[in-house]
Design a protein around this ligand. Structure first.
Ligand code: CA
Length: 234
């Protein structure tokens, strides 16, 4: 279960967050000042930290500094409206994201999900993906199909890896946009971007494998699925 450390000196907000996060099935720990935050960070080993910046005893920046010297655990800042420089300073100091008070719970949950997904992706990023057809090595970014080297663009590589890892199901275009393209940072993308990349990727795979058979299939109006092994050409 994911454990979240809530660092917030305003008791009402802290307790409200605790109740709502527990309802969403998160484990929680609460700190009301910067020193307690550091203490609990060590004893509770949270998977994610919600961190207010203006805190008694030690500021959120000091807490963030302390955390970042030791770990990459995701940190979401709870910032006050209008504190633009604080947000920037926090993000530069290694925070993963922020929400501006007053924030809605749905927004906070969405940010927590997104940050946790990125962390999962980063953790599994070094595993080599391999089946009878392809091999993808994320640490060297080398890809091959039937032992033939594939020349993939970075996005094509990420796309193939994501489809491969989720090959038991059809992956919707929207999910590809958010997970492979991280579309929050580029709003000019749309599902046609996905289609274009998949088309190119398919061609490269078919050429390497020497077949017209689809290695990645399109499922009408939904998305794509990696099929893996295709019949050996006669
Ligand atoms: Ca505060």
């Amino acid at each position: 279960m994911t454990k979240i450390l809530i660092v917030e000196d305003e008791a009402g907000l802290r307790q409200g967050l605790e109740i709502n996060l527990r309802l969403e099935n998160y484990e929680t720990a609460q700190a009301a000042d910067g020193e307690e935050a550091i203490r609990l960070f060590h004893s509770e080993r949270p998977d994610l930290v919600l961190l207010d910046l203006m805190l008694p005893k030690k500021s959120g920046f000091e807490v963030l500094d302390h955390i970042r010297k030791l770990s990459k655990v995701p940190v979401i800042l709870l910032t006050a409206r209008g504190q633009e420089t604080d947000k920037v300073r926090g993000l530069r100091g290694g925070a993963d994201d922020y929400v501006t008070k007053p924030f809605g719970l749905q927004e906070l949950f969405a940010r927590i999900d997104a940050v946790m997904r990125r962390t999962d992706v980063a953790q599994s990023a070094k595993t080599i993906c391999e089946d009878a057809l392809i091999k993808l090595d994320p640490s060297t970014r080398e890809a091959s199909a039937r032992s033939q080297k594939l020349k993939l663009s970075p996005k094509e590589f990420d796309l193939l890896m994501y489809l491969f890892k989720n090959r038991e199901r059809v992956v919707p275009r929207d999910e590809l946009l958010s997970r492979v393209w991280n579309y929050r940072v580029d709003l000019n993308l749309n599902s046609r971007t996905v289609d274009t990349h998949v088309t190119r990727l398919r061609r490269k795979l078919q050429k390497a494998v020497g077949t017209d058979a689809a290695v990645i299939v399109a499922v009408a109006k939904i998305g794509y699925r990696y099929l893996g092994e295709v019949p050996v050409p006669a």
